[in-house]
Design a protein around this ligand. Structure first.
Ligand SMILES: NC(=O)c1ccc[n+]([C@@H]2O[C@H](COP(=O)([O-])OP(=O)(O)OC[C@H]3O[C@@H](n4cnc5c(N)ncnc54)[C@H](O)[C@@H]3O)[C@@H](O)[C@H]2O)c1
Ligand SMILES: N[C@H](CO)Cc1c[nH]c[nH+]1
Ligand SMILES: [Zn+2]
Length: 433
């Protein structure tokens, strides 16, 4: 039985096949769009009551009272203390590396003075209150807690509100522990479109935030799209994607496992390998068949590879880069001897992992850069989640008397051209004439 489709860039219908492979956006499916819309409407009109209803229905949780949805800070800390020491240490190492990387992204305010004595500049401020969404439906993601909360903290956000649909057990402790370590201020165990709506519009229990960040499934993505404008959002970070460009020198098992690493997130995750060496593609296909059955999430991986997996034979590495740019993957591995040589040919990717030893998995946890990345080809126009998502800029203008005279004449003329006489006169009053 074929586990993963084999394609060749030389096939006559290759463009169609590729388009089919990429044509996935569940968040745009009318049913999900409408479902998210209904949920948002209900939260806006019925607040906590609707939030409780959806939490019981979609998260199969017994919640008697809305107050149970918030976890006090002491419980987050207690969860951290309960973790085995090795896990505490791993979380701390990851958090430290993520913080160090993100500190370099912090933007500072700046000012300069023009020849006429006019001061111009940009004042950078942190957002007041943000909501971070940490997925929790099919798996729990303590690493996503760190990736969302640490940049917000580095930016200086005053209040970080986290939401995640907890599922109980030890994995729940890890999420709570990461929230404590990363400095989350308040944590509510809610998820899906209802959590996004509650953060956007506020309820009696959930405070309304200024911006919502973080990845999630199709309902989360659809809700984020729909509340944009009421609040800011970072991007639509949907089901995970990996694209590997290989020169055929990396052990086939390594590449097979890298493809699995994203496929195991979701039945609709995307995993693609591009290589000019047909024998190597055979070897990876054999590795896939041999390694897959031993993995705990083999069923999800199998479905994911069938839906959106492909091994593609290309003419050469240059053609691989062209195809990768078309796909604009969330994660791109350059599993080649000289990744620096390929780098100038790469234009669209959320994160680029260079060299055979750089498995994408390290980026997911502890390399330092953010793992919340643009998916569904949005790497053509968006960037990884970063400190800049939690900062904003105000322009500064302080015009000198000389500047008012010179600029006033320019503005006067331009305003008259637009037929806006109040503008023209406001500028003219400040000239020396
Ligand atoms: N890009 C990243 O950084 C990143 C990181 C981690 C995970 N991910 C992706 O995030 C996604 C996580 O999805 P998930 O499902 O595990 O968790 P999730 O928290 O995003 O979604 C779970 C919620 O979906 C809602 N839901 C489920 N079925 C529903 C239905 N029929 N109608 C309405 N709402 C429904 C429920 O409210 C539930 O709380 C995966 O696709 C994974 O690949 C991305
Ligand atoms: N690969 C995911 C982003 O697409 C992030 C993640 C979290 N844990 C493991 N992986
Ligand atoms: Zn991952």
């Amino acid at each position: 039985m074929t586990l993963i489709r084999r394609l060749s860039a030389r096939q006559a219908d290759f463009a169609d096949q590729l388009a089919q492979l990429l044509a996935f956006d569940a968040a745009l499916s009318p049913a999900v769009e409408q479902g998210a819309r209904d949920i948002i409407t209900a939260i806006r009109s019925r607040g906590d009551e609707a939030l409780l209803e959806y939490t019981r229905r979609f998260d199969q949780r017994e919640v008697a009272h809305v107050g149970e949805l918030e976890w006090p800070a002491a419980e987050l800390e207690a969860a951290y203390q309960r973790l085995p020491q090795a896990e505490q240490e791993a979380l701390r190492i990851a958090a430290e590396r993520i913080r160090r990387f993100h500190e370099r992204q912090k933007q500072d305010s700046w000012q300069y003075t023009d020849d006429d004595g006019t001061l111009l500049g940009q004042q950078v401020t942190a957002l007041d209150r943000v909501g971070i969404y940490v997925p929790g439906g099919k798996a729990a993601y303590p690493s996503s807690v760190l990736m969302n909360a640490i940049p917000a903290q580095v930016a200086g956000v005053s209040e970080i509100i986290m939401v995640s649909p907890l599922r109980g057990g030890a994995e729940q402790d890890r999420v709570l522990a990461a929230a404590w370590l990363a400095g989350v201020h308040r944590f509510f165990s809610i998820g899906g479109a209802q959590a996004v709506a509650a953060l956007a519009y506020g309820t009696a229990t959930i405070p309304a935030v200024d911006k919502i960040t973080g990845p999630g499934n199709a309902w989360v993505a659809a809700a984020k799209r729909q509340v944009f404008g009421q609040v800011g959002i970072d991007m639509i970070a949907g089901p995970s994607e990996i694209l590997v460009i290989a020169d055929g020198q990396t052990p086939a098992d390594w590449v097979a496992m890298d493809l699995f690493s994203q496929a195991e997130h979701d039945e609709v995750a995307q995993s693609i390998l591009l290589c000019p060496d047909a024998a190597y593609l055979n070897a990876v296909e054999a590795s896939i068949a041999r390694l897959l059955p031993s993995l705990p999430r083999a069923d999800i991986i199998r479905q994911s590879l069938a839906n959106r997996g492909a091994l593609i034979e290309v003419a050469d590495l240059a053609e691989a880069c062209l195809i990768a740019n078309q796909i604009a993957p969330e994660h791109l591995e350059l599993s080649v001897a000289d990744p620096q040589a390929l780098l100038p040919q790469i234009r669209h990717a959320g994160a680029i992992f260079m060299g055979a030893h750089t498995t994408e998995s390290l980026g997911d946890y502890c390399a330092g850069p953010n793992h919340v990345l643009p998916t569904s080809r949005s790497a053509r126009f968006s960037s990884p989640l970063g400190v800049y998502d939690f900062q904003k800029r105000s322009s500064l203008i302080q015009v000198s008397p000389k500047g008012a005279d010179q600029l006033g004449q320019v503005a006067d003329l331009l305003a008259q051209g637009e037929g806006l006489m109040a503008h023209a006169l406001a500028a003219r009053y400040r000239t020396r004439r």
